[in-house]
Design a protein around this ligand. Structure first.
Ligand SMILES: C[S@@+](CC[C@H](N)C(=O)[O-])C[C@H]1O[C@@H](n2cnc3c(N)ncnc32)[C@H](O)[C@@H]1O
Length: 438
């Protein structure tokens, strides 16, 4: 590694404890899917649904660690001429990521042992997608890191970012402060980790980290690397929604699309946070600008431990609603037929969804034709074809609704399904590449 632009203690941590801990042999049995990096998500949010991923698509995974994003992206792009560049400060982490790639025979990845702060001088070229998850908040100057990432992004390219959420991690920072006090005389990382395990055992339920312990997994399932990363990190900061917007939008003019793992934007929507309750204060909250609604939801739920989001040049990078040339496809959830059955069960009246397994809650408003529409969505037909199929339904043949009426009728359901990232769009002119078939 040529560059000396990094924090030595951060590099030392990730050399000793590569993160996340991964056994390359596991690759034979499973593929780790990272939330932001599904090509269907990327296409919907970053390329207005028009990215084919077949024209020398270039990806940079900056601070890629042991390779979750890199392997998932490279796997999806396996049969294309795309190139994935995995860059990290830690040689040990790169070695694990490379072994994982070898186990599954991926040869579309380039490995770069460097600091992302050196990007402007590395000559790696420009990228369509720059992934940087859980890294910027470990830099001495996160904005310098963001500027370096932007220097590597094509003009119309996108960033996929994760930084920590301030309120959701309140207990983590108290535990970090506690461990700094207790670990003052600890000789090495092993002793510090041992002390932390002891404290986790002994702390009373009133301890603030214990109160929200279920929000975190690293200390339970991440081994030593997980405990260190969560509770002993020497360089770690977090952001509120407002700070995030001030930084990405205010300072860099970027457009943000927030999507919390598994729950999408619903984690930032106050009415979905309090559902199934219908509190009166929501009425005035609904009238506020979206950014303020997101800030309210973050404080209301207390559970946003990280912000995962796309940052693009403008809102036009999101696939538009209301164009019959777009193909809607279900993603990570029920099929159109299953959803249609559910809607009919509720006689097409609005009903409350409250799914503890995914944390998804909210009022689903099917509209007059929602059951027919979702039934004909198959990830292959565009809205034009879906609507034609709806009009051909025997029940609707007498007074068939036109496209505009169907788009209007479906809007509330579309917004619900896209707020939880269960329905995504791509333009009819591009074929799906993604495993999810959208
Ligand atoms: C918490 S891990 C996240 C790994 C991966 N992005 C993920 O989400 O699984 C942070 C990673 O960033 C790397 N890192 C930290 N500072 C860096 C820098 N200046 N340049 C490149 N990588 C860095 C570390 O070596 C580590 O692998």
């Amino acid at each position: 590694m040529k560059s000396d632009q990094y924090l030595p203690q951060v590099r030392a941590q990730y050399e000793e404890l590569p993160y996340p801990p991964r056994d390359p042999a596991d690759e034979k049995a499973r593929l780790v899917r990272t939330w932001l990096d599904d090509l269907a998500m990327l296409n919907h949010y970053c390329y207005a649904g028009r990215q084919s991923f077949r024209d020398r698509f270039r990806v940079l995974v900056a601070g890629g660690g042991t390779g979750d994003s890199t392997i998932f992206l490279a796997e999806q792009l396996r049969h294309t001429n795309a190139e994935i560049v995995h860059l990290d400060l830690s040689r040990a982490a790169i070695d694990i990521a490379r072994q994982r790639a070898n186990v599954v025979g991926l040869n579309n990845i380039t490995w770069v042992h460097e600091s992302l702060l050196a990007l402007p001088a590395l000559g790696l070229g420009q990228f369509d997608y720059v992934n940087c998850l859980g890294v910027l908040h470990h830099l001495d100057d996160p904005d310098q890191g963001l500027r370096a990432l932007l220097s590597a992004r094509k003009e119309d390219g996108a960033l996929g970012i994760m930084v920590y959420g301030k309120y959701g991690r309140s207990g983590v920072y108290q535990m970090q402060a506690l461990m700094r006090l207790i670990n003052q005389g600890a000789p090495d990382a092993t002793a510090m980790i041992r002390n932390t395990r002891d404290v986790l055992e002994a702390a009373p339920p009133t301890n603030w980290f214990k109160c929200g312990e279920e929000l975190f997994h690293d200390h339970k399932h991440g081994g030593d690397a997980g405990i260190y990363d969560l509770l002993l990190h020497t360089q770690d900061r977090a952001y509120t929604v407002d700070e995030l917007y001030d930084w990405f939008e205010g300072r860099h003019g970027l457009h943000l699309e927030l999507t919390y793992r598994g729950r999408g934007r619903s984690a930032y929507l106050p009415e979905m946070v309090v559902a199934p309750q219908q509190a009166a204060f929501l009425e005035s909250v609904r009238a506020l600008p979206l950014r303020q609604q997101y800030a309210i939801a973050e404080l209301l739920s207390g559970s946003v431990t990280m912000h995962t989001f796309f940052a693009t040049q403008s809102a036009a990078s999101r696939a538009p609603y209301g164009n019959a040339d777009y193909v809607p496809g279900f993603f990570n959830g029920p099929s159109g037929a299953q959803l249609a059955a559910l809607i009919r069960q509720h006689r097409s009246l609005p009903f409350m969804v409250d799914d503890p397994a995914t944390g998804i809650k909210g009022l689903l408003t099917p509209g007059k034709y929602g059951d027919f529409i979702v039934q004909h969505i198959d990830g292959r037909r565009d809205f034009g074809a879906v609507f034609a199929a709806v009009r051909a339904e025997p029940a609707l043949r007498a007074a068939p609704p036109d496209d505009a009426a169907l788009f209007r009728d479906f809007q509330a359901l579309f917004e619900f399904l896209t707020a939880i990232d269960r329905l995504l769009l791509r333009h009819r002119t591009v074929e799906p590449v993604s495993n999810s078939g959208i």
